[in-house]
Write a protein that binds this ligand. Sequence first.
Ligand SMILES: NC(=O)c1ccc[n+]([C@@H]2O[C@H](COP(=O)([O-])OP(=O)(O)OC[C@H]3O[C@@H](n4cnc5c(N)ncnc54)[C@H](O)[C@@H]3O)[C@@H](O)[C@H]2O)c1
Length: 340
Amino acid sequence: MTQRRPIRVGIMGFGQTGRQIYQLAAASDDLEVVAIADIGKPEILHYLLCSEGSDPEQHRLEGNFLVNHRFRARLMEIDRPAEMPWDIFGVDMVIDSTGKYRDRRYMEDHLGNGTPRVLLRTLPTDGIDRIVIPGINEQSATANDRMISAGSATTSALALLFDSLAGHFEIECGSMTTVHAFTSDQALQDYAGSDFRRSRSAAKNIIPNSHEAALWLGNILPQFDGKILTSALNVPVQEGCLLDVNLVLGDASVDADAVNEVMRAAAAAKPGIIGVAEDPIVSSDVIGSPLSLLFDAKGTIKAGNNTIKTLSWYENLGHASRLLDVVRLYATLDAQKEAA
Ligand SMILES: NC(=O)c1ccc[n+]([C@@H]2O[C@H](COP(=O)([O-])OP(=O)(O)OC[C@H]3O[C@@H](n4cnc5c(N)ncnc54)[C@H](O)[C@@H]3O)[C@@H](O)[C@H]2O)c1
């Protein structure tokens, strides 16, 4: 069998997610990051990368190239997809992790500049070719997909929980609150923004926030369309998020133990994506977890006849890992198409 060449990845937005993707690719043997676009200066992007890992020496800045033992990535100070010449770098896929360019027209700009595919780090704002959530619907992906999203970390965690439970229990409706680490688009001090509560200091407040996962859950799991409400509480924690989900079940005989057993089976069926914590963990314990969903068996409780409450943990690294799973998925589809 011929050895497949490494998959060539471009990144737009070298923030927390972009850097995690880069570090994961550097530690892999099948992915290369060949170009990075960001509004930040190369020296500062390099500095931020080195400040995070346990081995800062492995990342060198050589002119405008970020170099490690496996690949050289060209850093470009560019702020619009329409300006980034992906064709020069022969990329197989671009991951847009700016959080700014979620419309179809910007994805078209990436494609127009020579990437065969673009993958959004977050949910889109309008119709794209496909939302792929590893562990749920990767079978739906086709080699013809060009504009793709891998959902968001929260949406993936929510969808994986509902997908795992739905095969065993009738879920009439539910609600989710993500107790979410603050994000870089929040103000550290009170600072007038476009939203009242989000104008308050992220460092000292629990900030109630809307969450769009409910809008897209039906796209991934049609049976839950319109049945689930979602919201967020952004809290002064830097990393580590908690999904608090209340479910109204059709069968009053279901208890907390039955729900935990189903989630243990889901973790066994989807290793690397779902896990179950049996210990009494807290948010900092989930930092560094590459899972998309870490179900908390101690957090399951039942109220009245039909209401079950569950807790699950997740963090951004799990989502960065899934983004690369999606990159690999499309490389496999391309290889299969080529071989056919
Ligand atoms: N990290 C989370 O927990 C989380 C949760 C929900 C949503 N998100 C969204 O996902 C996005 C990415 O997440 P992140 O944590 O990596 O964010 P981040 O803020 O750490 O990184 C964003 C990066 O994109 C760059 N960027 C911004 N505008 C750009 C432009 N016009 N052109 C090129 N580069 C640009 C920034 O310089 C930064 O390096 C965020 O913007 C956020 O809206 C993140």
